[in-house]
Write a protein that binds this ligand. Structure first.
Ligand code: ZN
Ligand code: ZN
Length: 202
């Protein structure tokens, strides 16, 4: 319905895979890649509870058994997606997502043979999370920070001042060369956004 990014991370050595966000229908794209790479999807990490990032999640879990992680502040959105009815296109199926692990700021995950650092970046959504891979210097930031833009804050639970603070304290404190893979649009880097982002200057 709207183009949302999901990211599939696979590691051939362990045969494990992690999916970041689950737009509607994502399983049909993910499954052939898992088969080709010989990987099993062990985890689904949700950057936040908006429908465009979650409405493929229930199917992913049914088909793969992946464990789902998210932030508890978005529990109502995950468990009662009808809340988003007014914010979603007519006729889109809204299916609840069962989150297995509530995670939050400062948590460290062990995934794909690496340490992954979790950050809480509220403002676009109360339960917005980022997932930072320090070895690769890559961050999956959801809808907090985009190339040349930031997440909308006019949805319920949104707060522009809170989002600015999240970006300054959690994202802009990462190394400049860190690649930002966002929930919409193209990749950017922390350094570029600190220099050029018109909404939040570094
Ligand atoms: Zn969103
Ligand atoms: Zn989104």
């Amino acid at each position: 319905m709207i183009p949302t990014n999901a990211y599939l991370l696979t590691e051939a050595a362990s045969g494990n895979a992690v999916l970041v966000d689950a737009p509607l229908g994502i399983w049909d794209l993910v499954e052939p890649i898992l088969v080709r790479e010989g990987c099993r999807l062990e985890a689904l990490w949700l950057t936040h509870g908006h429908w465009d990032h979650t409405q493929g999640a229930a199917e992913v879990v049914r088909r793969s058994g992946a464990q789902v992680s998210g932030h508890r502040a978005d529990q109502p959105l995950y468990e009662t997606p009808e809340i988003m009815r007014d914010l979603s296109p007519d006729g889109i199926p809204l299916e609840a997502v069962k989150v297995d692990h509530w995670i939050g700021d400062g948590d460290r995950l062990e995934a794909l043979g690496r340490e992954v650092r979790v950050g809480h970046v509220p403002g676009h959504c109360p339960g917005s999370l980022m997932f930072y891979f320090p070895t690769e210097k890559v961050v999956f930031g959801g809808d907090a920070l985009f190339k040349g833009s930031v997440g909308r804050t006019d949805f319920p639970g949104g707060d522009a001042a809170v989002l600015q603070n999240s970006i300054r304290t959690r994202l802009y404190t990462l190394p400049d060369e860190t690649v930002v893979l966002a929930g919409h649009g193209r990749a950017t880097t922390i350094g570029d956004e600190k220099r050029f982002n018109p909404y939040v200057r570094g």
